[in-house]
Design a protein around this ligand. Structure first.
Ligand code: IVH
Length: 668
């Protein structure tokens, strides 16, 4: 760099700061990086070097000054110049209609337009700019006073340190932690044995209160702004506010929508209730705001809420309840899974009375006891799980759970291999295992024996009419007709179903065997490649790992399964009883355009359903799998794609949009 003159250094510093500011905005606000990370780092390094030479040129809004040097001692309470009100909540469409009725009573003769925004589950923040410079950031607190967390908010890279407007400006919004950062933080805390954060909101609240800005910077906080007050200038609408924020370089949520009627608001709500998992932050509802500021003023506020806005919440995914008992469930593979019996509680619209506790280590790690109050969570379609224990509600009457050393069904010893978390019943003829295996064998996606459900299987086991899977094919009419809630007619129907099941595809038969790690897709790959159960049984580890979607773990498990004499006996017996193992006809020709290729679908396609797209791929010889791996040929991405798209990008796997996909198919 040599010796720069003061004047040259000043110019160069300005140029570098402008450039860094531009790229920070492109990266952190617009999600549209223009240069590589290393090129960006080089710019910052260059600036740091010159600033080191000319420390008198360092200003607080330099991008090198986001992270303060010294940890702070605590936070000072500050008043808000305009109170930060909270929002009235509603959960039902009727309540939203009532909200509009209240508005129409006050403003009867005008049309009301709305802005619908996502309600981000984070914490409210107010940020003040003076003379175009980031000056102060205060948490919402009780709405009247909050904590001055300026040094910490300054570390959030999407917050501009300077803006091109020199009036006094206050912006407000929500600080949040993206799910991806939340997971990383909890993984690190788990490694260090520190208590985990229950949700991203708590993690964000904890992070903004850290005393060392360096630590805050590492947490990955982000912010969406939704309000702006400019001294001496009145904006006319919420929509204009959002556009002004955007024009000044603030990060606003890209999904806000202008709505001409409440009907449009409701569609927005319904769409986002479906899609809430497609974004990397926690959305707990929508916020509906009257757009016109003139109308907002007429409506005014109660002491707590504005009358011109309301939050329309999604059904909660978390709830608090009490653990009444812990029981052990024995699965098909003999896995002993602890299950919490809960005091019934409503979660996302359904009543929950059980929750998996995964395994013994999980109970120990979270210190879950019988009688504890716990926070439970259900995300997407997943079975509810215990997030955390509310230790402060303990009375002393809680009981620790002692994990059994034997199977609670057959009393055989349970075995936990070294390094594994799950203990299993080792008795191959454990009735609980048999029951689950039978139910899996007969299930819709396996051999699809309609009518062979839990109630029937329980009775067949009790009467010892079935002792192993092949016994299904030895059942007689009188065996079935005598069961409870069965008659001659339904017995005959079930027999017909059992008979029909002998002709299922090889892939279903493979899946129905319940080989560990062999799901439906893997079963299809195996069927397509080996064409008979006998050749699959002879397959070596090396042959198996060469297949798409078959990794080492899966291959090992398949080889192990067929090395067990009991399993070979089972297969031979099924064959003797007439279960055939044909491959699905017609065979897909090798020259089919997608032969040997695997595809992953993500997001919503507009002209096809997922099933239709899968069918087209399969007709052309390809296969659809659910997760992206290095072996995936191509990812087809529709609207609002999920993490699969990110993964494909990371792995450098080709990505097609719907149009490209259709073009490839049409060519054929
Ligand atoms: S507007 C007077 N818009 O939800 C207007 N708030 O339950 C008040 N929040 O304290 C806020 N996303 O921290 C608004 N798009 C959004 C929001 C939002 C999240 C938070 C905010 C507020 C709380 C009220």
């Amino acid at each position: 760099m040599g010796n720069l003159s003061f004047k040259k250094a000043k110019d160069k510093i300005q140029k570098l700061r402008d450039e860094i500011k531009y790229h920070e905005k492109k990266y952190y606000v617009d999600n549209d990086p223009q240069i590589s990370d290393s090129e960006f780092d080089a710019l910052v390094k260059e600036l740091e070097a010159i600033e080191k030479q000319f420390p008198e040129l360092i200003t607080p809004d330099s991008p090198t000054q986001r992270v303060g040097e010294q940890p702070v001692k605590g936070f000072v309470s500050m008043p808000h110049s305009i109170p930060m009100l909270s929002l009235d909540n509603c959960y039902k469409e009727e309540e939203l209609l009532e909200f509009e009725e209240r508005i129409k009573k006050i403003i009867p003769n005008e049309s009301i337009h709305y802005v619908s925004e996502l309600k981000i589950d984070g914490l409210g923040i107010a940020i003040v700019y003076r003379n175009g410079k980031f000056t102060q950031a205060v948490t919402r607190g009780d709405g009247f006073r909050g904590d001055d967390v300026t040094v910490n908010v300054k570390t959030i890279k999407s917050v501009p340190l300077s803006i091109s407007n020199s009036r006094e400006i206050e912006v407000r919004g929500e600080i949040f932690l993206p799910f991806s950062s939340f997971k990383k933080i909890n993984q690190e805390r788990e490694k260090k044995g520190e208590p985990l954060f229950a949700n991203p909101r708590n993690a964000a609240a904890g992070s903004i209160r850290l005393l060392d800005p360096k630590e805050v910077a590492a947490r990955g906080l982000d912010v969406f702004l939704y309000s702006i007050f400019i001294q001496g200038k009145e904006l006319k609408s919420q929509w204009e506010s959002l556009n002004t924020l955007k024009a000044l370089g603030f990060k606003i949520n890209p999904h806000s929508q202008y709505c001409l009627s409440l009907k449009e608001v409701i569609s927005f709500y319904e769409k986002w209730q479906q899609q809430r998992d497609s974004v990397d932050y926690d959305v707990d509802g929508i916020v509906v705001k009257v757009d016109s500021v003139a109308q907002q003023k007429i409506l005014g506020s109660t002491s707590k809420f504005p009358r011109w806005a309301i939050s329309f919440k999604f059904p909660a995914r978390q709830a608090t309840t009490k653990i009444k008992d812990i029981r052990i469930q024995v699965g098909r593979t003999g896995a002993l899974t602890p299950v919490a019996v809960l005091e019934p509680v409503k979660l996302s619209g359904i009543t929950i009375s059980r929750s998996t506790l995964h395994n013994e280590d999980e109970i120990k790690r979270k210190d879950i006891r019988i009688g504890d109050y716990v926070l439970i969570e259900r995300s997407g379609d997943v079975i509810p799980k215990v997030v955390s224990v509310m230790k402060e509600r303990r009375t002393g009457n809680e009981r620790r759970f002692v994990f059994p050393e034997t199977c609670p069904v057959c009393n055989s010893p349970a075995f936990k291999p070294k390094g594994e978390a799950i203990s299993r019943c080792i008795n191959p003829s454990c009735p609980a295992k048999l029951k689950e295996s039978l139910l899996h064998f007969a299930s819709r996606r396996a051999m699809n024996i309609e009518g062979l459900g839990e109630a029937v299987v329980n009775q067949l086991l009790e009467k010892k009419l079935i002792c192993k899977i092949p016994d299904i094919y030895l059942l007689l009419h009188e065996d079935l007709a005598n069961l409870e809630r069965m008659g001659p007619k339904s017995a005959q129907n079930l027999l017909n179903e059992i008979e029909r099941s002998k002709q299922r595809d090889l892939s279903r038969l493979i899946y129905s065997l319940g080989i560990r790690y062999v799901g439906e897709r893997t079963a299809q790959v195996l069927a397509a490649n080996f064409k008979s159960l006998d050749s699959l049984a002879k397959a070596t580890f090396e042959e198996l790992t060469q297949l798409q979607d078959v990794g080492r773990k899966v291959a090992e498990s398949i080889v192990f399964f067929f090395s067990q004499p009991g399993n070979i006996k089972l297969i031979n017996r099924l064959k003797e009883l007439g279960v055939s193992t044909p491959v699905k006809e017609p065979l897909i020709p090798k020259e089919a355009p997608f032969a040997g290729q695997t595809f992953v679908l993500t997001g919503q396609l507009s002209s096809l359903t997922r099933e239709e797209a899968s069918e087209i791929i399969e007709r052309n010889g390809g296969m659809v799998v659910s997760s992206v791996s290095r072996k995936t040929t191509c990812v087809i991405a529709g609207k609002s794609p999920g993490s699969k798209l990110e993964r494909a990008k990371q792995l450098g796997i080709p990505i097609w949009n719907e149009e490209e996909f259709l073009r490839h198919v049409k060519k054929e």
